[in-house]
Design a protein around this ligand. Structure first.
Ligand code: FBP
Length: 552
């Protein structure tokens, strides 16, 4: 394989670790705090997680600990969408295990959680790790979205654990995958298995976070990559002065990516799904807001601009949310009838009979191409695949109509040439920034210490992330502490609560205070590419979101 000079240099990059993780594992003392509860529904969760509920928070301190170094066999799984730094989590785990005892073994289950239930793995060797240090993607062992939920799947996972004498399994994933990790930890204990289960917080979406998990890994790199691209488009727009760019950004439910990209680049408009939901803004209201900015800029002779759109927006617009919820119920209830409909006209006729009058009107009001995209198969966790719904085109089409009408009426005299973009996969497998390289390696190393301390049902936690890495604090948070009960597929389920954008939080408030100016006055910022070598303030700092959340 041909390797670029930058890649060669990055193989040699030594991720920074919190000081407490730098020595021998026997020099770490694992402090356990008071019993914990849950985000909500503590009584129900206590009865579901009889063996794990209420465990204390673990924090690592320098000192003589009680960990007795030994050789261990550990499995690791990458689960869900790619996020920059996944390979470094594995590298941190591998290095921790080997430093403790060179006879320890690490098995990488291939293709996501299905690797565990099908007992498909490859042993991770030093050679494999070295060829993936500080690289993006999940290609070392692959990933997948299989949900371990049936009794047969749990039994198969246990069988794999027993067969391979696994001391522990580390699941690197988002909120759904870590919910699975909690269920697996409980199942193993309930069945007398000694295999520990540890989670790691991964997702570019940034929605797996709380006071103890300051950010999920990958968010930093992905949003910096998108911000570079947005900045480049802004510079082009400000040079050519003839296009309005509509940029949809990944982030299935939460708008953290769009908000952070807005803070980094100052677009004319950035929609925030959580605000759209709270203010119950209809599609028509969004078109009012965007067209008002287009008209005001046109009056200044500026017939160009940039609009950021969070990927999950359609699910937060009230009439679309209702429509999608009805479609989610109708398709499984009439599976066979729906499966034989082989063209959109037949599907439309089918839904006309089944949808409520309001949802039927919404379904018919959107372009057929978009309506078809609302019917695409849900993923294994029941999520609508919003990355495949062209929301940017929906808005562009509606704006073209609105502005044409306004031109006829004489209230708009500009020219409107819209261009659509979708930035998602471009950033998801990017080479990790120094922050993500360091954070991920620390998360993996911290997962190893949790294993060595004999803990199960925990997620690896590295905190104090706006300080230099040596001052980061490491430990583990009981997974049940992050859970509540929510309705999924019509049934009440224990799940890790998603962290959506808080409208009273500092990141949103900072954006809201500036957006009226950005809407009309060209205020673009061009952040440029991620830098790996150079001054720390250029290379190591993390997101504006994290800094604002921590009051820095
Ligand atoms: P995770 O929640 O698994 O981290 O994945 C997030 C994500 O990248 C979303 O931003 C996006 O909507 C989705 O994955 C795309 O899924 P797929 O990889 O199946 O296309």
């Amino acid at each position: 394989m041909t390797i670029s000079e930058l890649q060669k240099a990055r193989y040699g990059y030594k991720p920074k670790l919190p000081a407490v993780l730098a020595g021998q594992v026997s020099e770490i003392s694992v402090d356990l705090g008071a019993p914990t509860s849950a985000v909500a529904n503590a009584t129900e969760l206590r009865s579901i997680f009889k063996h794990n509920f209420g465990k204390p928070i673990a924090s690592f301190q320098p000192g003589k600990g009680s960990i007795k170094p030994k050789a261990r066999t550990v499995g690791v799984i990458l689960s869900g969408g790619q996020a920059p730094g996944g390979h470094n989590v594995i590298a941190g785990l591998f290095d921790g295990l080997k430093k403790e005892n060179s006879a320890s073994r690490l098995f990488g289950f291939t293709g996501g959680p299905a690797g565990l239930t099908n007992n498909k793995f490859q042993e991770i060797t030093a050679e494999i790790v070295d060829a993936h240090r500080n690289t993006g993607g999940f290609d070392m062992i692959g990933s997948g979205r299989t949900k371990i939920e049936t009794p047969e799947q749990f039994a198969a996972a246990l069988e794999t654990a027993k067969k391979n004498k696994l001391d522990a399994v580390v699941i690197i994933g988002g909120d759904d995958s870590n919910t699975n990790a909690a269920l697996l930890a409980e199942y193993f204990l309930a069945n007398g298995a000694a295999t520990q289960v540890i989670g790691c917080p991964k997702t570019i979406d940034g929605d797996l976070k709380n006071e103890l998990i300051e950010t999920s890994f990958g968010f930093d790199t992905a949003v910096k990559t998108y911000s570079e691209l947005i900045g480049n488009i802004m510079r082009d727009a400000n040079s050519a002065k003839k296009y309005w760019h509509f940029i949809k950004l990944m982030g299935r439910a939460a708008s953290h990516i769009a908000l952070e990209a807005a803070l980094q680049t100052h677009p004319n408009i950035c929609l925030i799904s959580e605000e759209v939901e709270q203010k119950k803004l209809s599609l028509g209201a969004l078109i009012d807001e965007i067209s008002a900015a287009i008209v005001r800029r046109a009056e200044k002779g500026e017939n160009f601009g940039v609009v950021l759109i969070p990927e999950g927006l359609v699910e937060f617009i009230p009439e679309m949310k209702k429509l999608i919820a009805e479609i989610n119920d109708i398709i499984p209830a009439h599976k066979d009838e729906f499966a034989v409909l082989d063209n959109f006209a037949a599907q439309l006729a089918f839904f006309e009979k089944k949808l409520s009058a309001e949802s039927c009107a919404a379904f018919k009001s959107i372009p057929a191409e978009i309506a078809k995209q609302l019917l695409i198969d849900r993923d294994s966790h029941g999520n609508v695949q919003v990355s495949r719904i062209e929301t940017e085109k929906l808005l562009m089409g509606m704006l073209e109509e609105r502005l044409k009408k306004m031109k006829k009426e004489g209230s708009y005299k500009g020219s409107f040439l819209p261009l659509g973009h979708f930035f998602g996969y471009e950033g998801r497998a990017a080479a990790p920034s120094n922050f993500d390289a360091d954070y991920c390696y620390s998360l993996g190393y911290s997962a190893f210490v949790l294993i060595a301390a004999g803990l199960t049902g925990y997620i690896s936690s590295v905190r104090n992330l706006t300080a230099p890495a040596a001052q980061w604090k490491a430990g583990g948070v009981p997974l049940t502490m992050m859970m509540n009960i929510e309705k999924r597929h019509g049934a009440e389920k224990p799940v890790i609560k998603k962290a959506l954008v808080e409208l009273d939080g500092a990141p949103f408030k900072t954006f809201a205070a500036a957006r009226d100016t950005w809407a009309v006055t060209t205020s673009f910022v061009y952040p440029g590419a991620i830098q790996y070598y150079g001054p720390s303030e250029v290379c190591d700092t993390t997101t504006i979101t994290l800094r604002l959340e921590q009051g820095k």
